[in-house]
Design a protein around this ligand. Structure first.
Ligand SMILES: [Zn+2]
Length: 253
């Protein structure tokens, strides 16, 4: 999302919207043409596009969403039945496909949609101590679940969760309260995300060759790169929101 926000910002910020097309029933009559986009920012996995008339377009990709940006001169958007939102100016057209959330609200009320989020791992105000304080409120919760809870810290998904816990030697099932040095752990997550934010993939081993990018993520049943023990895969988390986990049962305790 950080990357997408950068691309949207480059295409839309400072320009007056000449096209505004909300294809979700609740906002179908909203028209932002004539308003200038002031910025596009990511907050965790949420995207906020702000205009000079103090409105914010709030979107979230959820499972299948994505954005496509193309020169405005091109005739067709492609897969138009999947389009939920189109914003464009004289130079660029940005289309959001299969967005899980598409809504418009006053910028002053953004807190209603992102105020619950913990410190943003890629935000300008990243604060590891604040993230640790939030994690510490639930000492009995499994660390693999607490780190994905965006109220504790915003921006971590299953890939970086798996890789961060492997690199710290911590099993995902371990209670938060028993993990030493949470600050080092969240700081490592921050550094992994930061190192990858401008590229499409996610490299945590330092090796960009195909199949060598990650330590444990996506490697179920294959030998651990450190100890050759087969990597475990499982699902865990609150009922209905189970998320994938990968870990080495030998390296991570
Ligand atoms: Zn191992």
């Amino acid at each position: 999302m950080w990357n997408t926000a950068q691309r949207l910002h480059a295409a839309l910020a400072g320009q007056v919207l000449t096209r505004s097309d909300f294809r979700v029933p609740r906002y179908a009559t909203v028209n932002l043409t004539g308003q200038a986009v002031t910025e596009a920012v990511a907050r965790g996995k949420h995207l906020l596009i702000r205009t000079d008339r103090t409105l914010t377009v709030h979107t979230h990709l959820k499972m299948d969403g994505y954005w496509r940006i193309q020169p405005s001169g091109r005739s067709s958007l492609g897969r138009s039945h999947q389009v939920r939102l189109v914003l464009g100016n004289t130079r660029w057209l940005a289309a959001g496909y299969l967005l899980g959330i598409t809504e418009v609200l006053p910028t002053a009320r953004e807190d209603q949609v992102v105020g619950h989020l913990g410190p943003d791992l890629l935000g300008p105000d990243w604060d590891p101590a604040a993230a640790v304080a939030r994690l510490a409120r639930t000492p009995d919760r499994p660390i693999g679940e607490a780190l994905l809870d965006q109220r504790n810290l915003a921006g971590l998904g299953t890939v970086y969760l798996a890789e961060t816990l492997f690199l710290r030697g911590v099993a995902p099932s371990r209670p938060v309260g028993s993990v030493d040095d949470l600050e080092t752990l969240v700081d490592l997550a921050h550094r992994l995300l930061d190192a990858n934010k401008t590229r499409l993939g996610h490299v945590t081993t330092g090796d960009t060759s195909p199949g060598r990018e990650n330590w444990v993520y996506g490697r179920a049943g294959r030998p651990c790169r450190r100890c050759a023990t087969p990597i475990n895969r499982g699902e865990a988390g609150p009922a209905g929101q189970e998320r994938l986990r990968f870990w080495c049962p030998n390296c991570q305790r």
